[in-house]
Design a protein around this ligand. Structure first.
Ligand code: NAD
Ligand code: ZN
Length: 238
């Protein structure tokens, strides 16, 4: 076991108020590609970059094309939680972990059993009619063709925060409260370049800021501990 992992293990054992802040890298070991790794979505060829397709403007102007990308690249309904999701859920049951704050939209933390999850960017598992607000599940979207329509004829929109859209203030407030009260903040599987989400880690006031990531991030120098590796592999040693 690497010494950084050993230190992390000791800190986790002593802690009773951990908050985890994560991103797409938490789910790559579950088979869901992230955006910025070499095999991530930014390195695949599309007519437009993912950030453009997943924007509010694009959704409004080219809804059918948005959904073509979205069904192919954002809906992984067979994906299962990995060791990182499962360990976090276990820590919550043990009273060690107070909250998961995630940028992910895949619902895998809840699938692993986590209860207190702040989904900063929403969830692909929830979709609603823009006219009558009726809810639809992700299977409905996956099995629909073209632009998914409600029974009332309205367009169904995923409950996902697109680029150019604002974050839910209640979710933000809950995440900020959890992070500012945490004795330990573990940040994992995120490039920390998507704002305002990445800015939330600045609310942490403790002295156990841990980064678990495959690639370096801009925050490595500010961290109290940096663990380089795959988060599922790292967490299965804790
Ligand atoms: P990102 O793609 O920008 O960065 C992912 C980071 O995770 C990279 O630094 C990479 O080195 C690291 N990483 C990849 N696999 C890892 C692993 N197994 N262990 C440890 N680190 C690993 O992701 P981001 O920072 O979350 O920003 C992307 C945005 O796109 C987010 O807002 C998110 O909502 C969305 N997104 C979500 C999903 C999902 O829900 N699973 C997938 C793709 C993108
Ligand atoms: Zn409707």
């Amino acid at each position: 076991m690497g010494s950084a992992v050993e230190t992390l293990k000791e800190w986790v054992e002593k802690s009773s108020n951990i908050v985890f802040f994560g991103g797409a890298g938490v789910s790559t070991e579950s088979g869901i590609p992230d955006f910025r790794s070499t095999d991530g979505l930014y390195h695949q060829e599309y007519a437009y970059p993912p950030e453009t397709i997943l924007s509010h403007t694009f959704y409004r102007r080219k809804t059918e094309e948005f959904y073509r990308f979205y069904r192919n690249k954002m809906l992984y309904l067979q994906a299962q939680p990995n060791a990182a999701h499962l360990k976090l859920a276990q820590w919550e049951v043990q009273g060690k972990l107070k909250a998961v704050v995630t940028q992910n939209i895949d619902g895998l933390h809840q699938a692993a059993g986590s209860k207190k999850v702040f989904e900063l960017h929403g969830s692909v598992l929830r979709n609603y009619c823009e006219d009558c607000r009726r809810f639809y599940d992700a299977e409905y979207i996956l099995n629909s063709q073209g632009v998914p329509r409600c029974e009332c004829g309205g367009t169904i929109k995923p409950d996902v925060v697109l680029y150019e859209e604002g974050l839910d203030m209640q979710v933000m407030r809950g995440a900020i409260e959890a992070i500012s009260n945490a004795d330990m903040l573990i940040i994992g599987g995120t490039s920390l370049v998507v704002y305002p989400a990445a800015g939330l880690i600045d609310y942490y006031r403790g002295n156990k800021l841990v980064l678990v990531n495959l690639a370096p991030t801009s925050r490595d120098s500010a961290a109290d501990l940096v663990v380089t590796g795959k988060i599922g592999e790292v967490f299965s040693q804790l």
